[in-house]
Write a protein that binds this ligand. Sequence first.
Ligand code: NAP
Length: 315
Amino acid sequence: MGLGCWQLGGDWGVVADDTALTVLGAAVDSGVTFLDTADVYGDGRSERAIGAFLASRPDVAERVTVATKMGRRADPHEPAAYTYDAFCRWTDRSRENLRTDTLDLVQLHCPPTPVFSSDEVFDALDRLVEDGRTAAYGVSVETVDEALAAIARPNVASVQIILNVFRRKPLERVLPAALEAGVGIIARVPLASGLLTGKYDASTQFAPDDHRAYNRNGEAFDVGETFSGVPYDVGVAAAQEVAALTPSGMTTAQLALKWVVQQPGVSVVIPGARTPAQAQANAATDRFPDLDDATLASLERVYDDSIREHVHTRW
Ligand SMILES: NC(=O)c1ccc[n+]([C@@H]2O[C@H](COP(=O)([O-])OP(=O)(O)OC[C@H]3O[C@@H](n4cnc5c(N)ncnc54)[C@H](OP(=O)(O)O)[C@@H]3O)[C@@H](O)[C@H]2O)c1
């Protein structure tokens, strides 16, 4: 279990600087060793929080892997922006924010689709590794086809993709292909932006600066990143059915995380957390046994009956 650090940058309402540090501390002290961030989360704020946190905790810094992302600073965000020079500028800024000479992992941040077929882009990424700017690189993707294209590249270390109870399509081809190729799978949005906690209803309000308020129809970025692209009312109703399946002793969030983590081929799951208690509860998921076959079958029925038609052919 890792920690998604988008919340520590912005786009999820207010998370104060000191809260960001306590969320990181709660996660790492609960056993988390993988942090996912990006250069654009709060325009570097998330990276800087991680850099400050690790500088203050030399006892844990060695065992924590930090994955960041680049590409979304490009304006306009188009394939021509994905050059070696831009990669150097972006990674140099991330290295400074994260206070490290060599990044552990840098991921292309959902690049435009033509980037996946550009040999020049992947040659430039190889050069970043040769330079020592990053130890490895990966790609964060929107669709299964993009994931498969990334997995086919010889030096891609990881693919990050949305995988959760409401997003099952990567199970069909992406996870087997990643296992076969030895590519790590970073499973993001495991709680469908919080829907899969079962805690929202029709009256739930999100802050105006929270993407769950301003990106419901994909106004700012791919709508799949907000509630996994499931219409809110459909998601709330289906999440109630998921909640009814929660095994005793677990929370519904832990059920949802467990489902992701037990899929063969998943390397790490990165739930976002806005509070230390959320980070601790998510890390504690590792203590529970795998979900049984009856629960897995019931979760699949919820998907087939309510969710599939909204997402399956789109991503
Ligand atoms: N394009 C990309 O590469 C991309 C896109 C999206 C995300 N990501 C990465 O993936 C990470 C995870 O995805 P995400 O944050 O979008 O969605 P997520 O993990 O599915 O949902 C996060 C939300 O779930 C709720 N939550 C988390 N733990 C909880 C708990 N124990 N109990 C109750 N509620 C809990 C919180 O909602 P409340 O705020 O309502 O409490 C939290 O903000 C991000 O942080 C980011 O690092 C990458």
